[in-house]
Write a protein that binds this ligand. Structure first.
Ligand SMILES: Cc1cc2nc3c(=O)[nH]c(=O)nc-3n(C[C@H](O)[C@H](O)[C@H](O)COP(=O)(O)OP(=O)(O)OC[C@H]3O[C@@H](n4cnc5c(N)ncnc54)[C@H](O)[C@@H]3O)c2cc1C
Length: 390
């Protein structure tokens, strides 16, 4: 989410703990970069994160907070496995952060629901889930189409139009803002140099060391991870990485806090650990029109939420926002090491909350190791070349 406040002026840099060449440096301090940096620090002594600051597009500050598995992986079973592995690692990541920072990131993994409101949606959803899980090599988990009565037992007050919902035990939520806070508190505790207002303009590789140009001078590292969201495309070119990402706008409506009544989140409606209601989120190809909130889209989101849970009709809207997802050409994540600039990696995806645990506990060790194993090959950008020549 971008911030239109006049915070574009560069503040004095934070003091650095380390003045020499970093073992590894992450460009981008959103959820992807912060999770990777946290993981890197568990194995390396000197780690830095450079972030552009509040003037940047920052999906990590404007998302819905689902840690979600159902629906993921159609067309790429490897993504289904990857998502599931992150879901399984999430409690470990939340535990590590809690141990280090005493902060609770609001992880709840009590299952998740995808509502269906018409016969057509009902049939489509059953077909979709069956085809998804029938793909050769797809990860398997239990799912069920709950009928109205089964759903009403789980979610009291369900609307008369709701025909049912698909349910899995593997879905959940976390609080993305608390997550970012915990990661950044961990940086303080573990002496990771987090340097906001350090937009990277250029990356050069000299004698095996990467040199990042920022308005506060050059910063060097032996390894670099590009995790700068939508900026990965431009930065990637400088280290021989093609990163085809585009902005996809999502809008979210927030309702005032009420007593907690919804324990199991829907894919488009959830109640936070603090009682607020989140309704979301749209998927719009609107270019870089971040910060623009469109009434027709919000009205559609709100209408569906009220049809799902009619009691929400009396709950007041307190705010709404839009933010830009970081969407690759085919919607799947990109993880790759540069062939021309070994030691430079890119990590980008549109589900940075869900995949935070995989980024911290799986991608970071791969970066330390200096190689992505063979089972990460589906996430390489080589898949786009195959698509182009096919
Ligand atoms: C409306 C909406 C709902 C969503 N819901 C969910 C959900 O329920 N579950 C889920 O898993 N995901 C969800 N997402 C996606 C999730 O928010 C993103 O996948 C995640 O935030 C991406 O994180 P990121 O760190 O790659 O990018 P960003 O958060 O965009 O961060 C990029 C960072 O890079 C920095 N940067 C940019 N350029 C430079 C530069 N040149 N130098 C230094 N730093 C730079 C910026 O300052 C920024 O902090 C949602 C997204 C949106 C928009």
């Amino acid at each position: 989410m971008s911030d239109s406040s006049p915070s574009g002026a560069l503040a004095p840099p934070r003091a650095r703990h380390h003045r020499g060449v970093y073992d590894a440096l992450v460009i981008g301090g959103g959820l992807v970069g912060s999770a990777v940096a946290f993981g890197l620090r568990q194995q390396l002594d000197h780690v830095a994160v450079l972030d552009e600051g509040d003037i940047a597009f920052r999906a990590s500050r404007g998302n819905f907070g689902l840690v979600w598995v159902q629906s993921k992986g159609m067309g790429m079973p490897a993504y289904g496995h990857w998502t599931m592995s992150s879901q399984q690692l999430w409690p470990r990541l939340a535990g590590l952060l809690h141990e280090l920072t005493d902060l609770d990131v609001g992880l709840e993994q009590r299952g998740g629901l995808h509502p269906v409101l018409t016969e057509e949606e009902y049939e489509h959803r059953i077909r979709f889930m069956s085809e998804l899980l029938d793909q050769p090599g797809m990860v398997q988990y239990d799912w069920k189409m709950l009928d109205r009565k089964e759903l009403a037992d789980l979610v009291p007050g369900i609307g008369p139009e709701v025909l049912g919902a698909t349910w899995t035990a593997v879905d959940g939520v976390a609080n993305p803002l608390k997550m970012l806070r915990a990661l950044h508190t961990a940086f303080d505790r573990q002496r990771v140099d987090y340097l906001p207002l350090h937009p990277v303009a250029d990356i050069a590789l000299r004698h095996g060391v990467f040199e990042m140009s920022t308005p506060h001078g050059k910063i060097q590292a032996r390894k670099v991870v590009l995790a700068s969201g939508l900026s990965n495309q431009a930065l990637g070119k400088q280290v021989g990485l093609e990163v085809p990402v585009r902005p996809q706008r999502g809008q979210i409506v927030v309702l005032e806090r009420t007593q907690r009544i919804l324990q199991t989140p829907f894919s488009t409606l959830r109640q936070t650990d603090e009682g607020s209601w989140l309704i979301g989120d749209s998927q719009e190809e609107a270019g870089y029109a971040d910060g623009v909130v469109g009434l027709p889209v919000l009205a559609t989101l709100a209408d569906r939420a009220v049809r799902t849970l009619p009691a929400l009709r009396d709950v007041r809207v307190v705010r709404s926002w839009s933010a830009l997802r970081v969407m690759s050409r085919d919607g799947f994540p990109i993880y790759e090491q540069s062939a021309t600039h070994p030691g430079a990696f890119v990590a980008t995806c549109h589900s940075g909350v869900t995949l935070a645990a995989a980024h911290a506990l799986r991608v970071a060790p791969m970066v330390v190791e200096g190689a992505l194993p063979g089972d990460m090959a589906p996430f390489s950008t080589r898949r786009f070349h195959v698509q182009e020549t096919a």
